[in-house]
Design a protein around this ligand. Structure first.
Ligand code: IPE
Ligand code: IPE
Ligand code: MG
Length: 275
C-alpha cells in the first residue's frame, strides 16, 4: 500500500519509530472519537476572528486522520458540528459550511487513494444542499475502502440519535415486528446512527472543557476519556500519541473487579464482616 499522503509530508523516521513503539506498547483503541473544541479561542489568542481557527483546525483533522490510518486505528469519529451549533451567528455557521464543502472537495481523492472510508452521522438533511451533495459524493467514492473509517458527526447530537432510535423502535412495535420485551441494549445500539461502528474506546476532548456536549451519549458508556487543554488547531499527532499512551495504561474494568485483585472470600467471612 502506498504511504499515506494526506498532509503532503513524508513521514519522518522519528515519527515512524514513535508509532512502532506505540503499537508495541499495548492494544490500540479500535475506535477513537474526538470532540474538536477550541477553534474560536485559538483564533482569539492570535487576534484573529473565529473562522481562522476553524480553517486551521482542518490541518489537525488531516494530521490526526493520517496518523490514525498509519497506526492501524479502525475508526475515527470527529465531532465537527453539533445540533446546538446551529444557534451560532449565521455568518459563522455559513463559514463552517463553506469550509466543509471546500475541505471535502480538496480531500476527496486523497482520502480515496489512501483507502480511507468516509461517512457521516447526524441530521445531514439540515445542511445546505451543496454540502449534502459533496458528502454523498465522497461517501459513494470511498464506500468500499477498508483502511480507516473516518466518520464526521455533523448536525449531530447524542439526544437526537437516541430519539431517532426510539422512534424507529416505536414504529416496529406498532407494526407488530417486535414486542416491547424484545427491546434490549443491543437492539437500541443497532437502531442508532452508529449501528455499524463499535462503541468508542477512547474519547478525546480538546480545549480543556470537562463535558460531553451532547456527543455519543449512549455509545460512551464505557469509553475512556482524555481531556487536554490544547486547542484543536494545535492538537497534532504527538499529542494523539500521548492520549493513546494514557489509554494503554487504563484498567478497563467494566464494573467488575480487577482480575487478581481479591482472593476468593467465603460468604461466611463476608457475613461476619457485615453483621
Ligand atoms: C470547535 O471550536 C468547532 C465547532 C464547535 C464547530 P469552537 O468553535 O467551539 O471554538 P471555541 O470552543 O469557542 O473556542
Ligand atoms: C462541542 O463543542 C461541539 C463540537 C466540537 C462540534 P461546543 O463548543 O459546541 O461545546 P460547548 O458549547 O463548549 O459545550
Ligand atoms: Mg467550543
Amino acid at each position: 500500500m502506498k504511504p499515506l499522503t494526506l498532509t503532503n509530508n513524508a513521514q519522518s523516521d522519528s515519527d515512524k519509530r514513535n508509532q512502532e513503539k506505540l503499537v508495541a506498547a499495548g492494544e490500540l483503541p479500535r475506535h477513537i472519537a474526538i470532540i474538536m473544541d477550541g477553534n474560536g479561542r485559538w483564533a482569539q489568542t492570535k487576534g484573529n476572528i473565529r473562522i481562522h481557527g476553524h480553517k486551521a483546525g482542518v490541518d489537525s483533522v488531516r494530521d490526526i486522520t493520517e496518523s490514525c490510518a498509519q497506526l492501524g486505528v479502525e475508526h475515527l469519529t470527529l465531532y465537527a458540528f453539533s445540533t446546538e451549533n446551529w444557534n451560532r451567528p449565521s455568518a459563522e455557521v455559513n463559514g463552517l459550511m463553506k469550509l466543509l464543502v471546500a475541505s471535502l472537495r480538496d480531500e476527496a481523492e486523497n482520502l480515496h487513494e489512501n483507502n480511507i472510508r468516509f461517512s457521516t452521522i447526524g441530521q445531514i438533511e439540515r445542511l445546505p444542499v451543496n454540502c449534502q451533495k459533496k458528502i454523498q459524493e465522497v461517501t459513494d467514492l470511498t464506500k468500499d475502502n477498508d483502511r480507516l473509517q473516518l466518520c464526521l458527526a455533523l448536525s449531530y447530537s447524542g439526544r437526537w440519535d437516541i430519539t431517532e432510535a426510539v422512534k424507529k423502535l416505536a414504529v416496529e412495535v406498532r407494526n407488530g415486528n417486535i414486542n416491547p420485551e424484545d427491546i434490549d441494549d443491543s437492539l437500541i445500539s443497532s437502531h442508532l446512527s452508529t449501528a455499524d461502528i463499535p462503541d468508542p474506546d477512547l474519547i478525546i476532548r480538546t480545549s480543556g472543557e470537562f463535558r460531553i456536549s451532547n456527543f455519543l451519549l449512549w455509545q460512551l458508556a464505557y469509553s475512556e476519556l482524555y481531556i487536554t487543554k490544547t486547542y484543536w488547531p494545535d492538537f497534532k499527532r504527538d499529542e494523539l500519541y500521548e492520549a493513546i499512551k494514557s489509554f494503554q495504561k487504563r484498567d478497563r474494568r467494566y464494573g467488575e473487579v480487577k482480575k487478581g485483585y481479591t482472593k476468593a472470600i467465603s460468604s461466611t467471612v463476608i457475613n461476619q464482616i457485615i453483621s
